[in-house]
Design a protein around this ligand. Sequence first.
Ligand SMILES: Nc1ncnc2c1ncn2[C@@H]1O[C@H](COP(=O)(O)OP(=O)(O)O)[C@@H](O)[C@H]1O
Ligand SMILES: O=P(O)(O)OC[C@H]1O[C@](O)(COP(=O)(O)O)[C@@H](O)[C@@H]1O
Ligand SMILES: [Mg+2]
Length: 427
Amino acid sequence: MLPDSLSTQVKVLGPTRFPNPLLQIRSTFVERDRVLLPSTLQELEPYLHREPPSFEMAGPRRELFFDPSTIACGILTCGGLCPGLNDVLRSVVLSLTYAYGVPTIYGFRYGYAGLAAKNGLEPLSLTPAVVEDIHTKGGTLLGSSRGPQELGDMIETLERLKVRVLFAVGGDGTLRGASALAQEILRRGLEIAVVGIPKTIDNDILWVERSFGFATAVEEATRALEAAHAEARGALGGIGLVKLMGRHSGFITAHASLANSDVNFCLVPEVPFRLEAFLGALEARLRARGHAVVAVAEGAAQELLPSSGERDASGNLRLGDVGLFLRGEISRYLQGCGLEFSIKYIDPSYIIRGVAANAADSEYCLALGQHAVHAGMAGRTDLMIGYWNGHFAYVPLALATAQRKQIHPQSELWQRVLGATGQPDMS
Ligand SMILES: Nc1ncnc2c1ncn2[C@@H]1O[C@H](COP(=O)(O)OP(=O)(O)O)[C@@H](O)[C@H]1O
Ligand SMILES: O=P(O)(O)OC[C@H]1O[C@](O)(COP(=O)(O)O)[C@@H](O)[C@@H]1O
Ligand SMILES: [Mg+2]
């Protein structure tokens, strides 16, 4: 379950040297607690005669590396938008200010571009008043961006502003960038901590059981599926086709299909299918039940589509539009069968991620922000706040970015999807 070459041990800038101001108001602190990686007896079996792998548990430490009353901190949001980004920003600012008494907080604009001070971008000065009600809105107060920046430029800004802890909120790309930054900082012998907060609407980051904003996005996605079902039932041979986000991992499509169990075909990137098998199964479903709902993740069936070969600023291949492709193929096929049908294609696209977080995600974001602040003050660096086995944990960035989390076709999740949709094996 763990690549042998990678350690679960998080880097520390140095020995602790200042008492935590939280000693005045709370009595419990994290001392030696660790979070197990194995979560079942079977996963534990190989470790009967040696200690099983574990992460340092997240939480406040009695002693800190930094004297919070004397330092500046910085925060940025990078990559695609996700519900809850503003909640995380707010949580970090409130925690730095009220729990630790940090006097200066910079909000870097448009991700790493702002940190590299590109295009004359100046950071915002963040205070509790500035972030007071941002959690009620979608998007990110700071803005976001894709595209690489020079490590040297970013470190220069951190040095110039005397930032001692940087919080980077973002996905796999952001976390790789954060790790590269943290390592270069260590190589230069600087005392600056870099703490990642994992953001992924696709829920595809390892050691994060459920990423923030994911539940909100699934909730929004189910509205599109509900509409697709209504449209499908409202027409003779009605087909509701919905394309949802999910470049490499189909978790949104899978979970939305389970939440709205009117879906008859759930198509994800991890489970390739033959077009003829899908079209044949769709025809059978229409003949038997008169309507069908198809949920497809944007990254599904890419091997069936022509590729432009173009890449975005992050280096991601630009995907072919699988929704339009399926609409065309379904029409052609059903016309050939002489079946009466009507396809309604819904592409909610950015609608599912531009909204404010729901209550469960907001609560989760608050905790993530607080744990990130505890980690930074204690001098932890080159890590992210993971959520594993029901606990917040410190996860080295090298481990978090080693692989992408995907749906395994044999997993209990995918087996439940197959059960709920009744779709046949189309491989
Ligand atoms: N190894 C790296 N070193 C420096 N920056 C990186 C590295 N990998 C990715 N980045 C930068 O991280 C930013 C965010 O990555 P991206 O993949 O766009 O979004 P996300 O963080 O949501 O995955 C981009 O600006 C990207 O160029
Ligand atoms: O159009 P953009 O901003 O590049 O974002 C779209 C992409 O971002 C994603 O939502 C993934 O972003 P995450 O980093 O939040 O997981 C993909 O599903 C989608 O292809
Ligand atoms: Mg990415």
